[in-house]
Design a protein around this ligand. Sequence first.
Ligand code: AMP
Ligand code: MN
Ligand code: MN
Ligand code: MN
Length: 279
Amino acid sequence: MHTINADLHCHSVVSDGTLTPEALAARAKNNGVQLWALTDHDELGGQKRAKQAATELGMQYVSGVEISVTWSGQTVHIVGLGVDDENKLLIDGLYRTRNGRSERAKEMSAQLEKVGIPNAYEGALHFVGNPELVSRTHFARYLVEAGVCKDTDEVFANYLIEGKPGFVAHSWATLDNAVQWITGAGGVAVIAHPGRYRYTSLQLTQLYEQFKDLGGKGIEVVTGSHSATEFKTFAKVAQQYDFLASRGSDFHDPQESHTDLGQLPNLPTQLRPVWSVFQ
Ligand code: AMP
Ligand code: MN
Ligand code: MN
Ligand code: MN
């Protein structure tokens, strides 16, 4: 069970990845993935293609989505696994969550213009696969193309983050809504990459407790966003809160992403894998 090569977090051109669902499926299969989920941001539009491609390759598929949530003044990502991709409440909720991305992008562009980077909105749009989903990632790619930064890591250290040019605070879904949409669609809600949040330890405790009270079941332990030390830290959190543990690369692009599909270490053996629910 722990040694299954499961990769339950990645992105396609339907959100801010650069590969199609079919190309991702082929790459996952090539890398030895046995159980795969595509988890585009706030979108289910790639699910049918991903599932079909996986099935044709003989790879097990779990449907997925990564919902943007605002909690205690910061953005938290909640992954939904095993959701019905035709569930109306989930689809409507995601539609409302995507709403406002274009306005936000124009404000981001106006800020960048003030620091001498013109036309960033138009530039970012060239990288966008889904017009409803212009994201910071697309701006980051444009800033690299425009020669402002050498790579997207440099962009996310100097731009587009709180306190730096190009950051525009946004109100995403509530935690309550995101967990309800996922569970209402028959899925399992999982806290994505907990090591990335800049909360105090008290706030983190409150996040885990609230999430659990709302019906959240899982947490990513082994993700491309965590260091080896964080694998251990969040393995302890999973045990402490009796969360199911998930594993996912968060792969976006062959050049940008530090972790390829299916290449992470296995989950620590003491944890209950989230895929025990799907098998
Ligand atoms: P948005 O939903 O528009 O706020 O964009 C969020 C996306 O930007 C994430 O899903 C990542 O793909 C990317 N991102 C955010 N912060 C970083 C970071 N520090 N390094 C690399 N990518 C990041
Ligand atoms: Mn992303
Ligand atoms: Mn995320
Ligand atoms: Mn992600």
